[in-house]
Design a protein around this ligand. Structure first.
Ligand SMILES: Nc1nc2c(ncn2[C@@H]2O[C@H](COP(=O)(O)OP(=O)(O)OP(=O)(O)O)[C@@H](O)[C@H]2O)c(=O)[nH]1
Ligand SMILES: [Zn+2]
Length: 215
């Protein structure tokens, strides 16, 4: 099997061709994280909040916080493994309840929930774990839920070229529960669908029914 490298979120490499490589190596980490600068910024923030970052209790906090943000903003790399659809499987494949953990770009607070990711295969089927890996690829970023949902759907459509793709994300935003409106327990639902799942009402309805969301 061939492994090729893809820039993060580059949708140019098609795997729809049966002769295409069976593995696409997807680069994980994001450029631009400067840990010493982040550490200094956390120390400055603590000071601005009236805390003493040099006190015994807080001495290691800037390092921990900088590392925590770096980890939360760095998706793991993986191989997008596909197989020929030799059996001509032509029904939906749906992975439900994939954990989603991301950071709201407005408040730098987490939003967490689940994604339901489905596709209608074309010439190739996808290793099942890869649906969760693609969710992580875009979730480990500063995000809004709408963009995250669309990026996962667009990326799968671009790289796998299936007959259709659907993504639903249900998440609770800590910026809406810990602070601000304090609407604890409210979950936001977003969706993005492509191909047959968008254009064919019966397929669309089946997809949303399988996710548990009324179409
Ligand atoms: N559309 C969208 N909005 C989000 C998301 N995450 C957080 N927000 C919202 O972004 C908005 C930012 O609004 P602002 O009025 O600038 O910020 P704010 O004063 O902190 O707002 P409050 O949260 O209402 O106190 C808030 O309404 C958040 O709830 C998201 O994923 N998608
Ligand atoms: Zn927010």
């Amino acid at each position: 099997m061939t492994t090729i490298r893809s820039e993060l979120a580059d949708p140019t490499t098609q795997l729809a061709d049966p002769d295409a490589p069976a593995k696409l190596h997807v680069v994980g980490g994001r450029p631009g994280i400067d840990l010493p600068a982040a550490q200094q910024a956390v120390a400055d923030l603590l000071r601005a909040l009236g805390r003493d970052p040099d006190s015994a209790h807080l001495a290691d906090t800037p390092r921990r916080v900088a590392n925590a943000y770096a980890e939360m903003l760095t998706p793991r790399e993986f191989d997008l493994t596909t197989f020929p659809n030799d059996e001509g499987y032509d029904e939906l494949v749906l992975a439900r309840d994939i954990p989603v953990q991301s950071l709201c770009e407005h408040h730098l607070l987490p939003f967490e929930g689940v994604a339901h990711v489905g596709y209608l295969p074309g010439d190739r089927i996808l290793g099942l774990s890869k649906l969760a890996r693609v969710v992580e690829l875009f979730a480990r970023d500063l995000q809004v839920q709408e963009r995250l949902t669309k990026q996962v759907a667009d990326w799968l459509q671009g790289h796998l070229a299936p007959k259709g793709v659907g993504v639903v994300i249900e998440a609770e935003h800590q910026c809406m529960s810990l602070r601000g409106v304090r609407a604890t327990g409210s979950r936001t639902v977003t969706s993005s669908v492509h191909g047959v799942l968008r254009t064919n009402p019966a397929s669309r309805q089946e997809f949303f029914a399988l996710t548990g969301i009324a179409a």
